[in-house]
Design a protein around this ligand. Structure first.
Ligand SMILES: NC(=O)c1ccc[n+]([C@@H]2O[C@H](COP(=O)([O-])OP(=O)(O)OC[C@H]3O[C@@H](n4cnc5c(N)ncnc54)[C@H](OP(=O)(O)O)[C@@H]3O)[C@@H](O)[C@H]2O)c1
Length: 295
């Protein structure tokens, strides 16, 4: 049976490369975009396999309509890719309320809403794979990116928990965590908070790095697309998949730092236990609950 994909943000960047690769590999796709005109060439090239759908992921009524019309057209959704998103940089105190709201709405609430709307179909099918396009920035915090990273860390937490919740229903969930990729993300698509004095060494340096001509992202979107297609065919996909060797390097270092800090403060952590406390995770019941498989 031909797999049916549903991809958000198909107009440009990673979503566009993935949509092209999905079509070139003979799958069918509901290619969603704020402006479906951007998909015109693909519609001409693959009239029977692409279903162009208008979807601004921040519009809840459009989410429901896009999913309903896809189910009407193809009968099912096998792979959902929550890709639509944008970056925003600046000092945390400097963002306008509207910037914070629109970042969280697009990069966090929207993928949760789209996922929640697709899950009833996947649950009925007892199959499906959800790819959440998070970021290296969903695993490592950095100055200048607080609000973007709040969204991406949030998406990672949602994904990890959901993966355990829906595994018994035959549904996989993977947090895809790219490092730098050659798209519009750091360029035309980037938003900035109004400038605040005092953050030159932290936020200022990060903004200068990302906007410098010398910053050439390592990642090739066509290669990411190939990996995601293979991932959707994998019978045992991971919960987290990092894309890009610099992202692996950064996350490894962050994990070491986090572990060292945790161990350094472990006694303080334990000091808050009630005097008669029993560690539930070490009882038979707790062990069977918390260490079920790889949780
Ligand atoms: N490139 C990187 O270095 C990198 C690294 C880590 C993670 N990511 C993540 O990868 C995903 C794709 O980004 P990209 O690199 O491909 O950037 P991009 O080239 O700027 O493309 C972003 C895509 O998201 C769409 N989009 C943005 N807001 C939307 C909304 N409200 N509703 C529907 N579509 C919307 C854009 O549509 P329009 O054409 O209508 O604007 C565009 O198709 C994002 O979630 C991003 O955070 C990227």
């Amino acid at each position: 049976m031909t797999k049916i994909w549903f991809i958000t943000g198909s107009s440009r960047g990673l979503g566009r490369s993935l949509t092209e690769a999905v079509l070139a590999n003979g799958y069918k796709v509901a290619a969603t975009a704020r402006n479906p005109e951007a998909l015109k060439e693909l519609v001409e090239q693959y009239p029977d396999s692409i279903f162009p759908v208008k979807l601004d992921v921040t519009d809840k009524s459009q989410i429901a309509k896009a999913i309903e019309s896809t189910i009407e057209k193809f009968g099912r959704i096998d792979v959902l890719v929550n890709n639509a998103g944008f970056g925003i940089m600046g000092a945390s105190e400097g963002y306008t309320d509207e910037q914070v709201r629109s970042q969280l709405e697009t990069n966090l609430y929207a993928p949760i809403e789209v996922t929640r709307a697709v899950l009833p179909h996947m649950r009925r099918q007892r199959s499906g794979h959800i790819l959440q396009i998070s970021s290296v920035g969903g695993r490592v915090g950095n100055p200048g990116l607080t609000i973007y990273q709040a969204a991406k860390f949030g998406l990672g937490g949602y994904t990890e928990a959901l993966a355990k919740e829906v595994a018994p229903l035959g549904i996989f969930v993977t947090s895809v965590e790219p490092g730098g990729f050659r798209t519009d993300w750091a360029r035309d698509s980037m938003s900035y908070a109004p400038h605040i004095d005092g953050y030159e060494e932290t936020v200022g340096k990060r903004i200068a790095l990302f906007s410098s001509d010398q910053f050439v992202p390592m990642g090739d979107p066509a290669k990411a697309a190939k990996v995601m297609i293979d991932l959707a065919e994998n019978p045992a996909p991971p919960v987290h998949l990092i894309l890009g060797s610099e992202a692996v390097h950064l996350i490894k270092q962050a994990d070491i730092n986090r572990r060292q800090e945790m161990e350094k403060w472990e006694e303080v952590s334990a000091s808050t236990n009630a005097d008669d406390a029993i560690d539930f995770t070490q009882t038979d019941l707790g062990r069977s609950f918390f260490s079920a498989k790889k949780s």
